[in-house]
Design a protein around this ligand. Structure first.
Ligand SMILES: NC(=O)C1=CN([C@@H]2O[C@H](COP(=O)(O)OP(=O)(O)OC[C@H]3O[C@@H](n4cnc5c(N)ncnc54)[C@H](O)[C@@H]3O)[C@@H](O)[C@H]2O)[C@H](O)CC1
Ligand SMILES: [K+]
Length: 223
């Protein structure tokens, strides 16, 4: 199975959006639908789902996931991690939609009340050590051993190397888009990402694309 680095994934994203003409919001919707399919597969307690969203497109996926769960009548709360005023446009568009659906963002959440946490804080765009406050929050969340589904990459894991950037959420399951990421199979990333599920969300790969890493198919589940 081919694996990609963060930079390679970004190249495939850009090719799909810029050259093929696939709107970014369609990819976000398909990413969200892919995660909701895993959430609804019957292996998780959905009594109270807490979605943690960041300010980039990983966060946009999270807001879309919260909307889809809310529309199905699932008890879901959405909490932003970071200053929403600095969020990407893709996130604010999703936020406007979810507010029109009637879901109000939680200012603060008690992780203990959640039966499932959806990690949509950072994905392949993580490029530095996590802010101190977020590191503390992640360590506290890991300590209470809540079930976490990571969107694309567990927050804090470098998608290319698998190294931890200060702290990283321990995921029961990671739903990753397009291709397995090299950082989910090596270093601490290989351990913290849990069961890795690769989901097709309609990304197209440039015809001349060269993959930098391959692994034996048995190592990553594609659903
Ligand atoms: N692969 C696909 O086709 C799709 C991917 N999607 C999702 O998009 C994210 C990647 O989104 P991106 O905006 O590039 O980055 P992140 O959301 O991971 O990070 C947000 C933002 O945060 C900044 N940042 C990076 N490191 C730090 C740091 N240590 N401290 C503070 N801020 C930081 C940086 O500017 C980032 O841009 C991918 O994982 C998928 O979930 C699409 O939604 C669907 C298609
Ligand atoms: K994530």
């Amino acid at each position: 199975m081919q694996l990609v680095t963060a930079a390679e994934m970004q190249k495939i994203d850009n090719y799909t959006i810029e050259t093929i003409g696939m709107p970014q919001d369609v990819l976000i919707e398909r990413a969200a639908l892919a995660v909701v399919e895993v959430i609804g597969a019957g292996h998780f307690n959905l009594d109270h789902v807490l979605v943690l969203s960041g300010l980039g497109n990983n966060g946009a996926d999270g807001v879309a996931i919260a909307r889809l769960l809310y529309a199905q009548g699932i008890n879901v709360s959405l909490q932003f991690v970071g200053n929403v005023a600095r969020a990407k446009e893709t996130v604010t568009r999703q936020l406007n939609i979810i507010e029109n659906y009637g879901l109000v963002r939680a200012e603060k959440s008690d992780f203990n009340e959640a039966t499932l946490i959806i990690d949509a804080i950072f994905g392949i765009g993580l490029n530095n050590i996590l802010p101190e406050g977020l590191q503390k929050m992640i360590k506290a969340a890991n300590h209470i051993e809540k079930t976490v589904i990571a969107v694309d990459v567990p927050t804090g894991i470098d998608a290319t190397t698998g190294e931890v950037r200060g702290a990283a959420l321990k995921a029961h399951t990671t739903v990753t888009f397009g291709y397995g990421k090299s950082g989910l199979n090596q270093h601490v990333g290989g351990y913290l990402s849990g069961n890795v599920i690769v989901k097709n969300i309609g990304l197209l790969t440039p015809p001349d694309f060269i993959f930098s890493c391959q692994i034996k198919d048995s190592a990553v589940a594609a659903v």
